[in-house]
Design a protein around this ligand. Sequence first.
Ligand SMILES: [Zn+2]
Length: 339
Amino acid sequence: MSAAEQEQNTSLLVQNKVGEAGPSVVKEADGENRCVTPRKKGLRQSKTAIGMKESNVPSSDHDKYGNHWSSYLGFEETVMGSWRKPTVYEGLAGLVQKVLRLKHELKVFCKENIGDVVMEYKAAKDNFCLNQEAAMLKLRDSTDEAKLRQAVKGTKLKAKVFYNFLVEKPKVQYSKGIWDNLLLPKHRFVYWQIINTQLLTRDFLSKFILIQSTLCPVCDSEEESHEHIFYRCIFTKRVQQEVNSWLGNYSWPSSTIDLSFRCDFKKHDLRKCLLNLVTAAVYYQIWANRNCCVFDLTCASPKSISLEVRNIVHLRVLSKGPFKRSHENAYLLNVIKNW
Ligand SMILES: [Zn+2]
């Protein structure tokens, strides 16, 4: 195969592509692909500033929980203050006394600074049960026998048909692209939430719970919203550039509305189905990486995300099918097989 043919076989969008790395990219070791987020960097600096050696508290467990209690103002003072108090006993008995005292002081700290989680959970659960009962009563009032009969197939009541009768809103056109069988089920689920702006980004969260920062946990430079994390974030743009190095010069959706238009396509158009598959996989990985930034304070590299997406698309296409036989489809499948 000539060099030119080889280059052609690396891109789905070969007609438009410009300067790309092609198949020469090599998967890096996972450990090398993760870096710390600006937030984790800040925590490390603050530990150094208060005189704690990083090697003393470097474990991933500390960082995992550091995002919750330990990030509240006064946490370290409370813990260290309690721990340094003298004990009546010595040895193991003294240690037990310290741990029990710390447990009690952390309970008080949690109630005063974070809130009574147990009571909040009970109140939320009671509220949910009341709303559920109200919804059931409403359903009983609005349902008549004719509607129930329409949902009966043979001798069985079909819950799906009955539910569809109850949904009064028209079916959205973008649902075809989102619920396409070519996409991984978990990707479909997150993709649906993205297009309906239903993910719990920090701008939403801050409306009903108190959070320390509404900044994007990945770039730390702008408020986190759907529009930011999927269309404007500098990290997302870098991932898309990496993906374009093997996909071709793809113009990525610029907003949720743009995305919803792109998801309305004919199923027999394999090129659009594949671009939809790549888009869903990229958005899923971006959301998963965002969660790693929040809960583990680590961030993957754009290149590793890009290669992960290419791997997923490759395996998904090889495991699905058969696809309609045509000259263009044969070319596209050949491109993917050569990844
Ligand atoms: Zn960002």
